[in-house]
Design a protein around this ligand. Structure first.
Ligand SMILES: [Mn+2]
Length: 448
């Protein structure tokens, strides 16, 4: 840190009533909180610091209040969310322009990141990019470390790219489906049109007061009607709804709250129960739609082998399936489209984790003097250790000020010459250094 800003600076920047430096926090904070995320089930990390045990702590009071604050957005929050969505949309378009069969899925992920960061200053994405092509587009959370977008994109593949950039914690979540070679097959177009239709039906029906669960069912209904037209299903859509046919093709929820988290909090406050039926059980929000909520509308139709097999094995569902036509869609993948929805249209506690990399082995004490106290290794150098050598000289204002204020140090300083170096910055160089069996190798400069 070059400058330690006064408290007033943070008061204005974060619009808060009270600011305290960390070392004062101990005597300042009187209550902390924790709470459960209704989506992940995780318990939020509780604030803690040395000495917290000497305070009376209520750790349940604040959570529901913060959740409600995050549920509906202020005008300024909406502005940031519009920004993240605009840049992410442009990034998706850029990816579409550059895709060619023969490339790897991760090249598309990388392009998306590059656009978001270079054009939008968005260093992070809201979640791991999902770049499913071909059959991978039916894998709902494809792209995770076990399936890291590493397939070669083939001619004829349908792509389902679900990616969103994040700006100052504010997220976006955009899904596009399109053919890799730029030309829909007849079947791809039919499924795409079916999903587009459900998306539009929901967008037309959504308004303050409607139940989000009803919107999910509406999307299911449109999908089933369209799948009948395509010939994959036959019979009464009403009867299909009774046996949850919709969830065979859209196992996830229609959409979710969006904000400081991509699956934002507040979907199931106390008193709102999750509906325990296929599909709907995965809906991340169960409450009525309100003004200033931000929701994603992202219906999809997927051909997921194990779900299709289950449906075919269940007489209550298989009676609606035309298995010959369905066979044509095995391996098809999936199509999903998302539209962001603001009804007209908190607090950000990013988990700032201070990592301390102290390698302290039993018996090796850290030397408690300025500079040396920050040395990350205190033991003698040994063979086969790998160490960096990275000295630097920096002109850090508050450190220089401290030195000038301390007679023991200031007596050595030529303050006139030093003044010239204020604002200079710093210089550091690093060399990697190995001690291998008594020999010291200094790497060539090209290897630095
Ligand atoms: Mn989503």
């Amino acid at each position: 840190v070059d400058r330690i800003f006064p408290k007033e600076h943070f008061k204005v920047k974060y619009a808060v009533d009270e600011v305290q430096y960390f070392h004062i926090l101990l005597v300042f904070v009187s209550s902390m909180q924790r709470g459960q995320n209704t989506d992940s089930g995780s318990i939020s990390r509780e604030a803690s610091f040395e000495g917290i045990s000497s305070f009376q702590v209520n750790n349940s009071l604040l959570h529901p209040v913060i959740v409600e604050c995050r549920l509906t957005k202020t005008d300024m929050e909406l502005e940031v969310l519009r920004y993240t969505n605009r840049i992410s949309s442009e990034a998706h378009k850029m990816v579409m322009k550059h895709i060619k069969p023969g490339q790897k899925e991760y090249e598309m992920e990388s392009l998306f990141h590059h656009y978001c960061y270079s054009k939008g200053g968005m260093r992070h994405t809201s979640y791991t990019c999902i770049c499913g092509t071909g059959h991978n587009s039916s894998i709902i959370y494809y792209g995770h470390p076990g399936a890291p977008n590493d397939k070669t994109i083939m001619d004829g593949d349908i792509c389902l790219f679900d990616m969103g950039g994040e700006y100052y914690c504010y997220t976006s979540d955009i899904t596009c489906s399109f053919p890799a070679n730029g030309k829909f097959t007849v079947d791809q177009r039919a499924i795409y049109e079916a999903v587009l239709k459900s998306s539009r039906a929901v967008m037309a029906a959504i308004k303050p007061g409607v139940k989000w669960t009803d919107m999910h069912r509406l999307a299911d209904r449109v999908h089933l009607e369209e799948l009948v037209k395509i010939g994959i299903l036959n019979g009464s859509v009403e009867d299909m709804m009774k046996v949850f046919m919709g969830s065979v093709f859209m196992p996830h929820g229609l959409g979710h709250l969006l904000g400081i988290d991509v699956h934002d909090v507040g979907g199931y406050p106390e008193g709102v129960e999750r509906i325990n039926e296929p599909g709907l059980v995965n809906l991340l929000m169960g409450r009525p739609v309100q003004e200033r909520m931000v929701l994603t509308v992202e219906p999809g139709i997927y051909f997921i082998n194990h779900l299709l097999d289950e449906a075919l094995a269940d007489p209550k569902q298989s009676c609606f399936i035309n298995s010959q036509v369905l066979a044509r869609f095995r391996g098809f993948g999936g199509v999903s489209l998302s539209a962001k929805f603001y009804l007209v249209l908190l607090f950000c506690y990013p988990e700032a984790v201070a990592l301390s990399y102290c390698i302290i082995v039993q018996g090796v004490e850290r030397i408690n003097e300025p500079g040396l106290v920050n040395l990350l290794m205190g033991r003698p150098v040994q063979e086969r250790m790998v160490l960096t050598v990275e000295p630097g000289i920096y002109f850090i204002n508050h450190l220089l000020d401290e030195a000038l204020a301390d007679p023991k140090q200031s007596c050595f300083i030529n303050s006139q010459v030093l003044a010239r170096f204020r604002g200079f910055g710093g210089v550091s160089l690093s060399a990697k250094f190995y001690l291998v069996v008594q020999y010291t190798f200094r790497l060539d400069s090209k290897d630095r």
